[in-house]
Design a protein around this ligand. Structure first.
Ligand code: PLP
Length: 361
């Protein structure tokens, strides 16, 4: 009865993760209670939490001098937590603008630090990311922030910006974290809302180099301080225990069923290539993004005749293909191909799109 779900977030979860959660729902490993009902200080929950972190560390090969924080408030809260936590020594927050989420990060950053636009994709209509030589930092940069994958525009960086060792590179990886291997050591801070490739909404992941934990502005609320979160193993207050547990099941699935992030990346490349091929070979569909920056995770596309959009969505849903409408701010269509979206879903989508184009084109 489960249909193919192309939602941009909260997104599809792996079938086997949901099955495991269902099987363990009432009685986790013979303890006689659900994970939802456990104390976060219990030995049972701490083992769940520690295993999740260990699996994540192994998947991303996170170096020992980085802390993994399981926070709350979504990626949107990080837009404020970053300048608060990294701005204690003054300086200017530098940003690369490639889309709507980056714009929100800048607007929030401006409330807590002076900001500088180091590079922007505005002039090319958000269709390609700035080249390395287009990135111009201010002299007193406190950090450089960018969004590796703009979820709404479908614009993804195909490189990691190069910065000097003393400048923290900060990345919002909400919509492409865990889609493939990354070199964590290139970053000062990586953050991501969980509800795409990590697990259910409610959990926010922060990976931070330890030497950056003590740069907070004095007024930073206790709950927002990375240092406090790190010193309390992400349990200064009650963490979102069930979301953390489910994220752990997703990490376990990635490690032991998918076979790691290299294998995941290959699957994701195949899925995206198949969908872009369909868009490019049928005149009926279009995607405006420069090929090297086309997102592997979120594929926006338009129909040649926009008046057919409602019909497209209706017929897609009838064919078992859910959540293909573009973001409300931009319209059009969007298929999100996160890790848990199986290749069979893309096969079904491309077959539907081909039929639809022949029927209405
Ligand atoms: N950043 C990116 C790249 C996103 O895709 C999203 C949500 O879709 C956000 C930030 C905001 O995340 P949240 O809803 O967790 O605050």
């Amino acid at each position: 009865s489960r249909l193919f779900n192309f939602c941009a977030g909260p997104a599809a979860l792996p079938q086997t993760v949901l099955e495991r959660a269902r099987d363990e729902m009432l009685d986790w490993q013979g303890r006689g209670l659900s994970v939802m009902e456990m104390s976060h200080r219990s030995e049972a929950f701490i083992s769940i939490a520690e295993q999740a972190e260990a699996d994540l560390r192994s998947l991303l090969a996170i170096p020992d001098h980085y802390k993994v924080l399981f926070m709350q408030g979504g990626a949107s809260s990080q837009f404020a937590m970053l300048p608060l936590n990294l701005g204690g020594q003054g300086g200017t927050a530098n940003y690369i603008y490639t889309g709507i989420w980056g714009q929100k990060a800048i607007q929030e950053g401006q409330r807590y630090l002076p900001t500088h636009l180091a590079a922007s994709s505005e002039a090319n209509g958000l269709t390609r990311v700035p080249t390395p030589s287009e990135i111009q930092l201010s002299t007193d940069a406190a950090y450089l922030h960018y969004t590796s994958n703009e979820t709404i525009g479908g614009l993804q960086f195909d490189y990691i910006p190069e910065v000097s060792d003393d400048l923290p590179l900060v990345c919002d990886m909400s919509s492409d974290i865990l889609s493939g291997p990354i070199d964590v050591s290139r970053f000062g801070v990586i953050y991501a809302g969980a509800q795409k490739n990590i697990g259910p909404a409610g959990l926010t992941l922060v990976i931070i180099r330890e030497d950056l934990l003590d740069r907070a502005q004095a007024q930073t609320p206790t709950m927002f301080q990375y240092r406090v979160c790190a010193d309390h193993a992400s349990m200064y207050n009650t963490p979102p225990t069930f979301a953390w547990y489910l994220a752990g099941l997703v990490f376990d699935w990635l490690k032991n069923e998918v076979g790691g992030l290299e294998a995941m990346a290959q699957i994701n490349q195949r899925k995206a290539a198949r969908l872009y091929h369909t868009i490019d070979t049928l005149d009926f569909y279009s995607n405006p993004i420069a090929k090297p920056n086309r997102s592997q995770m979120n594929v926006p596309f338009r129909l040649a005749d926009a008046s057919l959009e409602k019909t497209f969505l209706k017929e897609a849903e009838a064919a078992g293909l859910l959540n293909l409408a573009g973001h409300r701010s931009v319209g059009g269509m969007r298929a999100s191909l996160y890790n848990a979206v199986p290749e069979a879903a893309v096969d079904a989508l491309t077959a539907f799109m081909t039929d639809f184009a022949h029927k209405w084109g």
